[in-house]
Design a protein around this ligand. Sequence first.
Ligand code: R5P
Length: 298
Amino acid sequence: MKLIVFSLDDNAVLHQAIVKQLGAESGNLIMRCFPDGESYVRILSDCANKAVILIDSLYQPDTKIMPLLFTVQLLRDMGAKKINLVAPYLGYMRQDKAFNPGEAVTSRYFAQLVSTHFDGLLTVDPHLHRYNSLNEIYSIPARAIPAAPLLADWISQQVKSPLLIGPDSESEQWVSRIAALAKAPYVILQKQRYGDREVKISIPAIQSWPAYAPVLIDDIISSGHTMAETIKHLKHLHMPAPICMAVHAIFAADAYQLLQQAGAAQIVTTNTVLHPSNAIDVAAALVAQLKEQKSERK
Ligand code: R5P
């Protein structure tokens, strides 16, 4: 079956890499907002009897979900066959529990919505904390590729004597893997969150690593407060300014400036979300996984 690839966001690097490496057609569509905020979608390519990949990085998902659902529905009306979603960043993964009575477990509802419309999902390092895998909430084949090897390569090539630091217990799964690959030591801090933008970090015996270059690692930088608070503590302990690394460059509002002002030596992210801090390209890893899935289907 012929394959056509559409991108619903402006990450041309990922779109072009997937089209080229899979020998696929590049899909053409027009998407815009009417003055009242409603979405307009028009597909200009012939999609009948083709397999489709839709690329859409789902940060700020509330603004993206309607155009995405309209597009997938339109594709089906135009005769497209299998439709897979490639969401380099998968939103709505962090509310994985009702912390207070009456709270919506939105990760589950979002997964149900996406599973209803798509035939498969591919993403990079989803925030799996209380879930062991995406398949606990997604009823379609849902795969996740790890960014750890890419972050480890960057650290090995760019940082002399790195000490990897995870800001909270949730980050240990990423930090420990990167540390093993980069053959670097790591410590995990303790974080208490008091609100969306209020966190407190404690640092166990970090002073015992004076000759090392601190590298803070997290899956997501959103408000930036987790990292900014950690930088403050490192400063207080007279540690060198750290490199701040994250897989997903969400950077809500002024988070990027907040980290720069807090004293980050460098801020490094992957291009799952387009941002000036992108220094690590996930395109080859996504393509490798898509090729594997293609050969499994043969
Ligand atoms: C939390 O569980 C995540 O791994 C990150 O630590 C968190 O999302 C970062 O958020 P913020 O930048 O808003 O502190």
